[in-house]
Design a protein around this ligand. Structure first.
Ligand code: EPZ
Length: 418
C-alpha cells in the first residue's frame, strides 16, 4: 500500500497536459469488443487503474489486447466467453458496459453486478428498462446480470432519470438492434458524445448524442477503427481548482474549453482569472477568493465529479459557500477528512455549508473515494505543514500519476510506501 505525502504552501506555475477522459475511455474499451471484424486502435487512453482492470476483463473474454503507451489495440474477433464474472468486474463501475456491448453483438451476456465509488445507491434499473424495451430478457441471479434476446428490435425509450451509464449502455445494445431506437432524456455529458462518435467510427449510425434525443439506427455489423479519446474534463477541472486554491499561473493543455464552462464560470465568479484558447486554458489566481454556492447537475450543469475538489477550495474561500449535491446522496464523506485539517463545514443531508477559514493545517487523512482523494490532494497542497493521504488506490483509479503532474507545477508532493 502507498500513501501521498505533501508539504503544503507552494504556489503552482507552469503547464501540464491533460490525459484522455477516464469516463469516456472506460466506455470505449467495452464498446470496442463489439467489432465483429478488424481491430480497434484507441489513442489518448489514460494510464489509470480502471483501464488496467478493463484490459484484464476483456482479455478474460478472449480479446487480444496490446498496450503501447497511451494507445490500446483491441482485437475482439476471437471472443470465446460471454461471461464476465470476476473480481475485476465486481470492483469497478464501468464493467456494466459489457452488458450492453455483449448483448448488442451476441444477444447474450452474464456480467457480475458492478462496484465503483461508494457515493450513494447506484441502481441500474434504467439500463434494464432499456434492454427490456429492445426485447431482451433480463434476470439478476447470484449477483450477476443475465441478458438474453432472440433478436433486438429498436424502440422508443424515455429515461426516468438522466443517467450516463444507462444512456451509454442502451446506445451500445441499440447500435446492433434491428430498426431505430430513440432515447429521450439521455445524459448529454461530453463522454456520451465521444462514445457515440467512436461507435460511428466503427460503422454505427447514431445521431443527436449531446442533445436531449439520441436516434440510433441499428446496423448489422461493427468493425475495427482508429480513434482518439477526448480530454478529461474532470482532470482538467481538478487542476483548475488546484491552481485557484494554491495561487499561481498554470497553462492547462489538451482540453476542450467548452466542456469546462460550468467550472470556469464558478471560478471566475470567485475571482480567478481564466483565459480560454482553442485547446488550453490559462488559470491565474492570487488566492483570497470569495465563496460561492454550487448545485451539481448533469451536463451542462456543474459536474458532481468536481464537487469534492471544489469543496477543498471553498473551505479557504471568504464567507459562506453552500454546496448542494443533487446527483449522489453520499458524496460528502470527504468532509470529515477536511475537518481534520481545520475546515469549518456542516453537512445536512446532501448539503454542505462551508464557512471559509484563513488556513488549513496538514493532517493524516484518507481518500474515501476517487474524487474525495483529489479533494485531499488539493487540501494538502494549501495546508500549512505536512499531509499524509492514505487509501490512494482510489485516486489511482482515475488520475494518471497525479503526484508527478503536481510536482511538475512546483508542488512538494511524493508517493511513499505506507
Ligand atoms: C457516471 O456514473 C460516472 N462514472 C460517475 O463518475 C459520475 O459521477 C456519474 O456518471 C454522473 O456524472 C462512469 O462514467 C464510470 P449515472 P454512473 O447513471 O453512470 C441514478 C467519477 O468520479 N440512476 O449518471 O453510474 C443514480 O443513482 C465517477 O469519475 C438511477 O436511478 O451515474 C444517480 O443518482 C463517480 N437508475 C444518477 O442517476 C439507473 O439505472 C446519475 O447516475 C442509473 C442511475
Amino acid at each position: 500500500m502507498e500513501k501521498l505525502v505533501i508539504n503544503g504552501g507552494n504556489s503552482l506555475f507552469g503547464s501540464i497536459d491533460i490525459s484522455g477522459a477516464k469516463n469516456a475511455a472506460v466506455a470505449i474499451l467495452p464498446a470496442a469488443i463489439m467489432a465483429g471484424s478488424g481491430k480497434c486502435v484507441i489513442d489518448n487512453i489514460p494510464d489509470i487503474a480502471d483501464i488496467n482492470c478493463l484490459e484484464r476483463i476483456v482479455e478474460g473474454l478472449g480479446c487480444l489486447v496490446e498496450r503501447n503507451g497511451n494507445s490500446i489495440t483491441i482485437d475482439s474477433t476471437s471472443i470465446s466467453s460471454l461471461n464476465a464474472c470476476t473480481e475485476d468486474v465486481r470492483r469497478m463501475r464501468a464493467s456494466y458496459y459489457l452488458i450492453g456491448a455483449l448483448l448488442g453483438r451476441f444477444k447474450e451476456a452474464r456480467v457480475d453486478l458492478p462496484g465503483g465509488c461508494p457515493i450513494g445507491v447506484r441502481p441500474i434499473d434504467q439500463h434494464i428498462k432499456g434492454f427490456e424495451a429492445l426485447g431482451a430478457e433480463v434476470k439478476i441471479e447470484h449477483g450477476a446480470v443475465h441478458v438474453k434476446a432472440e433478436k433486438l428490435k429498436g424502440a422508443n425509450i424515455f429515461f426516468d432519470v438522466v443517467s450516463v451509464g444507462a444512456t451509454i449502455n442502451v446506445m451500445l445494445a441499440a447500435a446492433l438492434a434491428e430498426g431505430v431506437t430513440v432515447l429521450e432524456n439521455p445524459a448529454r455529458e461530453p463522454h456520451i458524445v465521444d462514445v457515440a462518435n467512436f461507435l460511428n467510427s466503427m460503422g454505427a449510425n447514431i445521431k443527436g448524442a449531446g442533445t436531449d434525443t439520441i436516434r440510433v439506427t441499428g446496423v448489422e455489423e461493427l468493425t475495427g477503427c482508429n480513434y482518439s479519446v477526448i480530454p478529461d474534463q474532470i482532470e482538467a477541472g481538478t487542476f483548475m481548482i488546484a491552481t485557484a486554491a494554491c495561487g499561481g499561473e498554470v497553462k492547462i493543455n489538451n482540453v476542450i474549453p467548452k466542456h469546462l464552462e460550468s467550472i470556469s464560470a464558478k471560478l471566475i465568479e470567485m475571482g480567478v482569472d481564466i483565459v480560454e484558447e482553442d485547446d488550453y486554458v490559462l488559470v491565474k489566481s492570487e488566492k483570497n477568493l470569495k465563496g460561492v454556492n454550487i448545485k451539481t447537475a448533469p451536463y451542462p450543469g456543474f459536474p458532481t465529479d468536481v464537487q469534492q475538489p471544489m469543496s477543498a477550495l471553498l473551505s479557504i474561500s471568504k464567507g459562506r459557500s453552500i454546496i448542494n449535491e443533487s446527483v449522489w446522496e453520499s458524496r460528502l464523506k470527504h468532509v470529515d477528512e477536511l475537518k481534520k485539517m481545520g475546515a469549518n463545514i456542516k453537512v445536512e443531508g446532501r448539503t454542505a455549508i462551508i464557512d471559509g477559514v484563513n488556513k488549513l493545517t496538514g493532517a493524516i487523512v484518507k481518500a474515501t473515494d476517487l474524487r474525495a482523494g483529489a479533494a485531499m490532494v488539493i487540501a494538502g497542497l494549501i495546508s500549512e505543514g505536512a499531509t499524509e493521504i492514505y487509501s490512494i488506490e482510489h485516486i489511482d483509479r482515475g488520475y494518471p500519476h497525479i503526484e508527478n503532474k503536481f510536482k511538475a507545477l512546483g508542488a512538494d508532493i511524493h508517493r511513499e510506501n505506507e
